[in-house]
Design a protein around this ligand. Structure first.
Ligand SMILES: [Zn+2]
Length: 597
């Protein structure tokens, strides 16, 4: 098919990317089956390349959540299946692959754009969580070394953020994978994913099994040990999001027979403490061998667990990780919000109304906006999209706190709707996060979010903003917001009526009312900055002890990260149980040994 002595050089020429490992080359080239007329198919792709190249905007069917489309000529129309001796060509199967390299979706797309590779996939997902479409779903991609599989499957290549031996993938990639799978299933009428550990079940679709591996058909490791270890969980998460029955990937835990560790257990350790950790990790579906040896697989699982729980990702089990793993222990109390931040569960409807009225927006316009926002978020600035509470295993407050204290770093790219407008897209979430940092406010601060919303409308959605000033009725204003700003999946007449009814309710409640709310952040046309000290929870303290330890979290049981000398001054941005979190990000100090200055 292709000569093994040349390919890497050739690939570097095609992609302009150096150092693509041979595994990635193997994975992304030649997804055709052994029993196929490869020469002929590649010749066909060469012809098609001219068409694809000449007409990149052709109407292939791709998921609407793709970040970009990079068309590949390496495919066969599914409707031609019978010409290739294949009878099943209705999409009813999912095949998840690993790229065997940390390629961007663009690099992967460049490889697939070349017909001489003989390889492609329907979709690719990068470590940054971005999704690209390569082969439209109406076509069979050349991915899994089996025409019988690929004529009925949607195939997805996912980038690896670590290579041999574990081939892990990033949290952002996983989140995008969940969302993409849900979308593919919904559009193709796949009610739920059905998994089996048995290759024969997968290949022959026994009991409706509809998830397959590349290694079921070709001589490859794909999708690698990490994906193999979490495949039951991926299936469970997707089914949960699809709203179907949720098969439990692991039997319900009884009691861990091993002794719980009482101190940090590090990677490389052997013994009962490791068995306790492995047993406990398996209750979260990691499928580890409980062998008492803290090797790479356990380390990878610990890192993944820490990342999912918003803990520092070290791969070592400190007491915080151990206690979080221990699902018999009550979860740690919810962190308190920085002082000066309004309770995110308050009824903000009047404040919302007053805010936009104070900007001169007419009552029809404000009603159209507030009713839609109420439908999106119940006007709760800390509202995390419900489906993500399951996938991220954090509730509204835990997510907000983890974003605020910097422990959760995937806010921008996780695709989770958050806040008043259920901001979802990365550019909009990044804007909100940057604004919060600039103002030194919690991400859920109502004033911050109102201001950000108004700024977005005034700058990026000028048509919506102007429309709200000229709307002649509540319904007109409501439709402007629904169809041009919120743009939810359901934009049917029924949905429009539902939103308009909600808007009318607010109109009836607040029309003619006097503005009674005062805002810490005044007029939104002024330059944004730290405008109101009372809103900002940040104050300087002087160290009074000779040497004061800075710890990982608020308590003596946490690891010492560094120490500060007597007389030095540091800023505190959050308080918890008598401890203060340092603005410099180093950790927490006991406030008993400090003095406010
Ligand atoms: Zn593969």
């Amino acid at each position: 098919m292709f000569k093994k002595d040349k390919p890497i050089k050739e690939l570097e020429l095609i992609t302009g990317v150096e150092n693509i490992n041979s595994e990635a080359l193997e994975e992304l080239s030649n997804g055709l089956g052994d029993d196929e007329d490869v020469e002929n198919l590649i010749a066909l792709a060469r012809q098609r390349e001219e068409i694809v190249g000449a007409n990149a905007n052709n109407n292939y069917i791709f998921s609407p959540i793709c970040n970009k489309i990079i068309p590949s000529p390496n495919y066969n129309p599914r409707i031609d299946a019978v010409k290739y001796g294949v009878t099943n060509n209705k999409i009813d199967t999912i095949t998840i692959h690993h790229m065997a390299g940390n390629l961007t979706v663009e690099t992967c797309g460049k490889i697939f754009a070349n017909p001489s590779r003989g390889g492609s996939s329907n979709y690719g997902i990068g470590t940054d969580g971005r999704i690209a479409g390569y082969v439209g779903e109406e076509n069979r991609a050349w991915t899994s070394s089996s025409k019988y599989n690929d004529f009925r499957a949607v195939t997805i290549e996912v980038a690896n953020n670590s290579l041999d031996p574990n081939w892990t993938v990033s949290e952002a990639a996983l989140t995008s994978l969940y969302n993409l799978l849900v979308d593919i299933c919904q559009r193709n009428g796949i009610k739920k994913l059905i998994w089996s550990d048995n290759k024969n079940d997968r290949v022959n679709h026994i009991n409706g099994c509809n998830v397959t591996y590349h290694c079921d058909f070709g001589n490859t490791q794909c999708p690698g040990p990490y994906f193999k270890s979490i495949m039951p969980n991926i299936v469970a998460v997707v089914n949960n999001l699809l709203g179907g029955a949720t098969p439990q990937p692991q039997p319900a835990p009884t009691v861990n027979p091993y002794k719980k560790p009482t101190a940090t257990v590090k990677s490389g350790t052997k013994g009962e403490s490791v068995k306790w950790i492995q047993w406990q990790l398996n209750t979260y579906g990691y499928g580890l061998a409980v062998d008492g040896s803290y090797g790479p697989a356990t380390t990878t699982a610990v890192k993944d667990f820490q990342s999912k729980k918003g803990l520092p990702v070290t791969g070592n089990c400190d007491m915080n990780t151990i206690n979080t793993l221990d699902n018999t222990v009550q979860p740690t109390p919810k962190p308190t919000l920085p002082s000066g931040t309004p309770d995110p569960y308050m009824d903000f409807s009047k404040a919302f109304w007053d805010f936009f009225r104070s900007l001169g927006m007419p009552e029809y316009g404000v009603a159209g906006l507030i009713g839609n926002i109420a439908c999106e978020s119940a006007i709760r600035p800390n509202n995390l999209q419900n489906s993500f509470e399951n996938t991220l295993k954090m509730d509204d407050d835990q997510y907000t706190a983890a974003v605020d204290n910097g422990r959760y770093t995937n806010f921008v790219n996780d695709g989770a709707g958050y806040g008043l407008a259920q901001w979802t897209y990365s550019s909009r979430k990044k804007g909100l996060l940057d604004f919060a940092k600039q103002c030194k406010m919690s991400i859920c601060n109502i004033n911050l979010q109102l201001t950000y919303l108004a700024q977005e409308l005034q700058t990026k959605y000028k048509g919506v903003w102007d429309g709200l000033f000229t709307a002649k009725s509540v319904v007109e204003a409501s439709n402007i917001v629904l169809l041009q700003f919120e743009r939810p999946q359901d934009q049917s007449v029924t949905a429009q009526q539902k939103r308009a009814t909600c808007c009318q309710g607010y109109y009836d409640k607040f029309k003619g009312s006097v503005i009674t709310t005062t805002f810490p952040i005044p007029g939104i046309n002024q330059t944004v900055g730290v405008t109101n000290k009372s809103e900002v929870c940040s104050y300087p303290v002087k160290i009074t002890a000779q040497l004061l330890n800075v710890r990982e979290d608020a308590g003596l049981e946490y690891e010492v990260k560094t120490a500060y000398r007597k007389g030095t001054v540091h800023s505190i941005i959050e308080e918890k149980n008598g401890w203060g979190r340092l603005e410099d990000g180093k950790g927490w100090i006991n406030l008993k040994y400090t003095k406010k200055v």
